[in-house]
Write a protein that binds this ligand. Sequence first.
Ligand SMILES: *Cc1c(COP(=O)(O)O)cnc(C)c1O
Length: 377
Amino acid sequence: MINNRIWLSSPHMGSSEIKYVNDAFASNWIAPLGQNVDNFENLISDYISDENHFHTIALSSGTSALHLALKMLNIDKGDIILIQSFTFCGTTNPASYLNAEIVFIDSELDTWNMCPIALETALKRYKNVKAIIPVHLYGMPAKMDDIEFLATKYNIPIIEDAAEALGSKFQNKYCGTFGTMSALSFNGNKIITTSGGGALISKDINYINYARFLSAQARNNKPYYEHSEVGYNYRMSNVLAGIGCGQMEVLNLRIQKRRENNFEYRNFFKNIPGITFQTELDDKFYSNYWLTSILIDEKINGGITNEFIRNSLEKENIESRPLWKPMHTQPVYNGCKFIGSGVCEKLFEQGLCLPSGSNLSKDDFQKIFYVLDKIFK
Ligand SMILES: *Cc1c(COP(=O)(O)O)cnc(C)c1O
């Protein structure tokens, strides 16, 4: 039965989402603007910084946020964008929409995110670089000190893909506050969700104002519909923003539970050889542990592979998932350049994302550990 399935990461509503949705119905603001959208945007800006330095626009997806970010940097055909290869296609597709040339950057082993050494190699090699897009994979912050240092040295803007990392911090600063512009996602499987949605964040109000304009079909300020630019229909609905307002009330609880999940798995695996976790390197790193992810070394554990574990869980109706397949190995990006030694390919070969939802119960964990016990003991 579908209800018995243990999901990788499923939506987890609090108690007030429905109230905000009802408000939208009561006021008939069933539109891509309204009180919930305004509130949701302010809640995000306030969450990521105490000092009102940041501005937020709620959008239809994280992918559309990244698309608008590149659009506002005037990315054009042939411009080079340096993108972390180890990620979801939502990070990379916007560069393709704009016919930019993507150069994929390898990961490093500490965080699994953009390798600063490979990044510098690329920055030295290519002259026409217009943006750098690091990702905080599964909630783990990238080495933003090194990446920012290089971005400043070569004077290239960072567009931060914080889609998986709302609530994560690096050096006590929230992910989503490092980029010239930063993207969040509220897709159904993320740490909080609006069923589908995203946001663009920037310190620079001009970017946010321009994103607002472009996201509403670039309509000029005239009584009739006049357009002098090609825009997009990328706004978030006021109904969905209501879900977001409710989810912001429980965000810290959701982070706490995901971190507890991570601890449960560490505890389970602590005496099992050949298992390593994606782990906070030191106290500069604070992950929301959106997805608990492990590497499985079959040479050490006697031949047990990530696929064997995934299939064993699947037989018991438990969802787990391989790590992101590096984008430079995707058929659709065949022919794109890649800088690095293939760290992300090795991670992909050995990795597995474990069920990590904030709504996992004690019972669910018992079922998961029952399967894992049979495999490892
Ligand atoms: C989810 C996600 C996105 C895109 O978000 P959508 O809201 O699904 O468009 C982008 N990058 C990463 C790393 C993601 O996980």
